[in-house]
Design a protein around this ligand. Structure first.
Ligand code: FAD
Length: 418
């Protein structure tokens, strides 16, 4: 028999990933009674929604959960999927959070006398305060025209991708050059499988530069400490795809021009599809140039920091474009080009359809300041740029959850005092 849910908790945290459990850590320390509800198992996204060769793109030293910083032998390395899960399991075991797994929260709405009414798959409850830590990766995005593709072309979203052998023999077209797209492309390429890549507008980053990982330089230069309300271009920060690079084989830069020289067929962004025909925008050259501009911009930023500090570190050779497209391909017959499968790596949309509280904008995006919404006692955590670059990643979650826990504790104390 399923155990009934508690009828009331002072604080409910929805989502048992790194964000939800970091808030739980701070609430435990403050002695605030709460519960974490997780629809699958803790750290489900890392456990089950990543491919076999997945490794972090950010270096291990950035894994800094509350009093649980990475302390393995390779701080400058990039943990593999199972190592990430082990690191996270160790964190959860370090404080034994009040986590209930296998419980889906299906409805949250305001309660008449304050607080919230919650419906779950194991019963209803109420809470004075609610933290939404459900991540930003609920609904895989697939364009509507994907439905018009011939059924002989196997289609998959990056979330379901595990290994090249899942896909039929022949060429695979990967759509999207965010971090997932380029890493999955690399996975196919390293296996010697024919791979085609639709290159979108994502920026890219150097990996090792002037003797250190670019992220180490940027950290020292204070880039990751910039908050969204002090960011010189907040709209760009909020809408831009992540810079692509890889943590594979100890970390490597991804220059798509080099992959083109090695046989990866590049196209511009996908414009539409029907039957076995795929249409592309003539923007390949522009997208490669723009990615290089962001890459060179980061190099310049690091150079400026190095010279301001007067550091004596090695120079790098100037960047060279090793390849450029001779023509823009705007239409391809997939069967004719030997392409038997497509992987959509164009991102995700969060799903707040269960949230019946006035805290979302007209596009369904949460409105908050540092995760605190205008709805009394309702918070978000774990979203990109909630406060800083690191907010949707390992790096910023400790600071964000500490701040949020402080707000929660203050509100709970005020309630008790009233
Ligand atoms: C492909 C990929 C690569 C990434 N690589 C890096 C990296 O290299 N470095 C880095 O720092 N970050 C990386 N990230 C970003 C980030 O660290 C992860 O997305 C991380 O999983 C976010 O943790 P979270 O707790 O916010 O969300 P999640 O891990 O997504 O946790 C949310 C949890 O909420 C649960 N849930 C959702 N809805 C409900 C509901 N209604 N009821 C109950 N439970 C619910 C889900 O089952 C899930 O377990 C990557 C993300 C992706 C997608």
């Amino acid at each position: 028999m399923t155990e009934a849910i508690v009828p009331h908790v002072p604080v409910l945290i929805i989502g048992g990933g790194q964000a939800g459990l970091s808030v739980s850590w701070y609430l435990m320390r403050a002695g605030i009674e709460h519960i974490v509800l997780e629809r699958h198992r803790r750290f489900e996204s890392w456990r089950n929604n990543r491919w076999d060769t997945f490794c972090l793109v950010t270096p291990n030293w950035q894994c800094r959960l509350p009093e649980w910083s990475y302390n393995g032998p390779d701080p400058d390395g990039f943990m593999l999927r199972q190592e990430i899960v082990d690191y996270l399991d160790g964190f959860a075991e370090s404080f034994d959070p009040p986590l209930r797994e296998g419980v889906d929260v299906t409805h949250v709405s305001p309660r008449e006398n304050g607080g919230y009414c919650i419906e779950t798959t194991v019963g209803n409850m109420t809470a004075d305060q609610v933290v939404i830590a459900t991540g930003g990766y609920d609904n895989p995005i697939v364009p509507p025209y994907a439905a018009d593709l011939d059924p002989s072309i196997v289609q998959m979203h990056s979330r379901d991708y595990r290994r090249p052998s899942q896909l039929p023999d022949g060429g695979t077209l990967i759509v999207g050059t965010g971090q997932s797209g380029v890493q999955i492309m690399d996975d196919f390429h390293l296996e010697g499988r024919p791979v085609h890549l639709a290159v979108g507008p994502a920026p890219r980053s150097p990996r090792m530069y002037r003797g250190r990982d670019a992220t180490n330089w940027l950290y020292d230069a204070g880039t990751y400490a910039v908050t969204i309300d002090r960011h010189p271009d907040p709209l760009k920060a909020l809408t831009q795809t992540n810079h692509y690079m890889s943590g594979r084989d100890g970390g490597k830069e991804i220059d798509l021009r080099k992959y083109a020289l090695e046989g990866v067929q590049l196209y511009g962004s996908v414009a539409g599809a029907s039957g076995t025909t795929m249409a592309f925008l003539p923007d390949l050259e522009k997208n490669l140039d723009d990615a290089d501009k962001s890459y060179l911009g980061i190099r310049k930023q690091i150079d400026a920091w190095i010279s301001a500090q007067g550091l004596d570190v090695p120079q790098e050779p100037p960047f060279e474009k090793v390849w450029r497209p001779e023509q823009e391909i705007t239409e391809v017959d997939l069967s004719g080009a030997g392409i038997s499968s497509i992987i959509w790596a164009i991102g995700f949309r969060p799903d707040y359809s269960w949230l019946k509280v006035d805290c979302l904008d007209e596009r369904g995006k949460p409105i908050f300041r540092r995760g605190v919404t205008d709805a009394p006692g309702l918070y978000f955590i774990g979203l990109g740029w909630l406060n800083t670059w690191g907010s949707g990643r390992f790096l910023g979650i400790d600071e964000d959850s500490r701040y949020l826990a402080e707000q929660i504790v203050a509100r709970q104390k005020n309630r008790l005092a009233a």
